[in-house]
Design a protein around this ligand. Structure first.
Ligand SMILES: Cc1cc2nc3c(=O)[nH]c(=O)nc-3n(C[C@H](O)[C@H](O)[C@H](O)COP(=O)(O)OP(=O)(O)OC[C@H]3O[C@@H](n4cnc5c(N)ncnc54)[C@H](O)[C@@H]3O)c2cc1C
Ligand code: FES
Length: 276
């Protein structure tokens, strides 16, 4: 194996959990006593000994501690949700590309599902660079909204909330609300870039909107990941053959629009096509 791949990428090292925070009924944030120097948008491979190793976006890495925020959907994430302070978990990384901005830019951040967590990390770092932030958080209903109080504490930030059932904020999708705010006459938002993280259908809607409006965007695309650093080929996308663990997960919209499977299908752990 190449010696240019750092040891932290090849071998998981175990770290102690310093806190477990229940965010919603299904979502938990887990913080570790380590900083891996992650940038917003990057991910780690998280290993539960005897269970599985899975990719997780970094929800915060402040130079002292690292947090991931996850949905308990299957065996590994349900076991992870049951751990407590002091338990050991393996981490490798950080991996992949990250969101990029220039100081004092106006950014629209679109977050769906657990995408609110990496979007919070992005917002926090971009705020330090003097950026003005318009944050569009969406969920099925108000119980599933994530990170609202954390977003509200950031400077130069306007928070827009949407729920599919209208139980809080705008009734509809966050991308519809963004589109509405981009054409509100004299009050219309002017923005330099859109960043998005969430379900792929939401990302496709952001991609189409930013293409139509000629606004630059960066999207976090997820595929089934095993190694996390370009070896196994599990995360390649059609027809480009690029590996999303190293050329992604954050991709610029012009690249995303060349990925023909984007918004249509992905591949499972055995490489079989799964329609979205
Ligand atoms: C770059 C990246 C970042 C992610 N960040 C987060 C996050 O911040 N929070 C979060 O809750 N989830 C995140 N996920 C998804 C997370 O990896 C899966 O939900 C998790 O692996 C499920 O594992 P499980 O054993 O609990 O469930 P399983 O029952 O094994 O899987 C449930 C579903 O999760 C997906 N999945 C399972 N294993 C993988 C894998 N190795 N790679 C990709 N998808 C997989 C599949 O769609 C599968 O159908 C991310 C995925 C990727 C690729
Ligand atoms: S996960 Fe192995 S090449 Fe991307």
């Amino acid at each position: 194996m190449s010696t240019t791949i750092p040891l932290q990428a090849r071998l998981p090292k175990t770290y102690k959990i310093t806190s477990m925070k229940r965010e919603t009924e299904q979502v938990t944030s887990c913080t570790f006593d380590v900083s891996l120097g992650s940038r917003p948008g990057q991910f780690v491979m998280l290993w539960l000994p005897g269970v599985e190793e899975i990719p997780m976006s970094v929800a915060n890495d402040d130079g002292k501690q690292l947090t991931v925020t996850f949905f308990a959907v299957g065996e590994t994430t349900k076991k992870l949700a049951g751990l407590k302070k002091g338990d050991l978990v393996g981490l490798r990384g950080p991996f992949g590309t990250f969101y990029e901005w220039k100081p004092r830019q106006k950014l629209a951040l679109v977050a769906g599902g657990y995408g609110a967590a990496p979007m919070y990390f992005t917002a926090r770092e971009a705020a330090k660079d003097g950026c003005t932030l318009f944050i569009f958080v969406g969920a099925r209903s108000k119980e599933h909204l994530l990170y609202l109080s954390a977003f509200k504490k950031l400077p130069r930030t306007t928070l827009y909330i949407s729920t599919d059932d209208g139980s809080q904020g705008f009734k509809g999708f966050n991308v519809q609300l963004l589109e509405k705010m981009l054409k509100e006459g004299k009050q219309a938002l002017t923005i330099d870039q859109i960043f998005a993280c969430g379900p792929e259908r939401m990302l496709k809607a952001v991609s189409d909107l930013s293409f139509r409006k000629k606004i630059l965007s960066q999207l976090s695309l997820e595929r089934y990941m095993k190694c996390g650093f370009g070896l196994c080929g599990n995360c390649v996308v059609d027809p480009l053959g690029i590996r999303l663990c190293i050329d992604g997960p954050v991709v610029k919209n012009d690249l995303a629009r060349k990925i023909t499977e984007f918004g249509k299908y992905h591949r499972d752990e055995l490489g079989r096509k799964r329609v979205l």
